[in-house]
Design a protein around this ligand. Structure first.
Ligand code: SAM
Length: 276
């Protein structure tokens, strides 16, 4: 019988941030595949888990994927872990998950710590709609395109960045997003965890030489949101309705939205659209 591929989240700093299910999965699989086997050994030793380890990282992902999947087809259960946090998210895993599914191998995600979500939990920003960009590209053209996209994206934006590139990335962002509020979530779940808030200029002043790990969060662009709201409110009620209908919302959702946009009672709008 085929084995399964388990995608297991591990801590992003504090070793207590691992679920019982993750520990049990790591105890029960036949093989663990890890980005840096020496790094993961520290965690596995701490959990008193001893398993055959296979190294699986950005540079050998393509080459190793098929042989790992062969082992699963031979009956082995295999867990993928990354150096920290949730595999697949700015870490190896996307390729093996896709290929496993192509080969009808069951993929079981075992959730846990993830830097994006942990940062959002303490940032105090709009969490209803957010866009995650991972690391910005180092290719100049692609990076400019990404920055332009960020500028026009009104949602909360989340980025990962290495400490030695942080200032450079903040400078680039400053040119595109101006005074939008940002939060740097630093060393999450660790002793020196902190949230640094302000405009980009202000947060740059608060960090001298960046050390540790950072998530960059850019809060929603309220200016664009306000502009859009004003635009919607200048439409007739029917046009306002059609706008949301085209976005795929149902009648109840549309009425709720219109009432909120126009700051009027929902019943009042409902009465207008009794026959819709
Ligand atoms: N897959 C991991 C996750 O989502 O949890 C992230 C891996 S990615 C290679 C590493 C980046 O995640 C770091 O450069 C940093 O931006 C962010 N990160 C990871 N751990 C962090 C922590 N404890 N505090 C702040 N940022 C962290």
């Amino acid at each position: 019988m085929k084995g399964k591929l388990y995608i297991v989240a591990t801590p992003i700093g504090n070793l207590e941030d691992i679920t019982l299910r993750a520990i049990n999965t790591l105890k029960n699989v036949d093989i663990i595949i890890a980005e840096d086997t020496r790094h993961s050994l520290k965690l596995l030793n701490h959990l008193e888990i001893s398993k055959p380890l296979i190294s699986y990282h950005r540079h050998n992902e393509e080459e190793k994927t098929e042989s790992i999947l062969n082992k699963i087809e031979e009956g082995n259960n295999i867990a993928l872990i990354s150096d920290a946090g949730t595999p697949v998210i700015s870490d190896p895993g996307e390729i093996i998950v896709k290929r496993a599914l192509e080969r009808n191998i069951e993929v079981v995600p075992i959730p846990g710590a993830c830097a994006i979500i942990t940062a959002l939990m303490g940032a105090g920003v709009n969490t209803r709609k957010f866009t995650f960009y991972g690391f910005l590209s180092i290719n100049k053209k692609i990076r400019e395109k990404e920055l332009e996209e960020i500028k026009n994206n009104k949602n909360t934006i989340i980025l990962y960045e290495a400490p030695h590139k942080l200032i450079n990335t903040l400078n680039d962002l400053e040119n595109y997003i101006g005074k939008r509020k940002v939060v740097l979530a630093r060393e999450l779940t660790k002793i020196h965890e902190e949230f640094i808030r302000g405009s980009i200029g202000e947060v740059k002043d608060k960090i001298n030489s960046p050390k540790g790990e950072y998530v960059i969060i850019i809060d929603e662009n309220t200016e664009i949101n306000e502009q859009e709201e004003n635009k919607l409110n200048s439409l007739s009620l029917d046009e306002h309705y059609n706008y949301y209908e085209k976005l795929g919302l149902n009648k109840k959702e549309i009425i709720k939205k219109i009432a909120k946009d126009r700051n009027v009672n929902r019943n009042e709008i409902y009465q207008q659209f009794l026959n819709k």
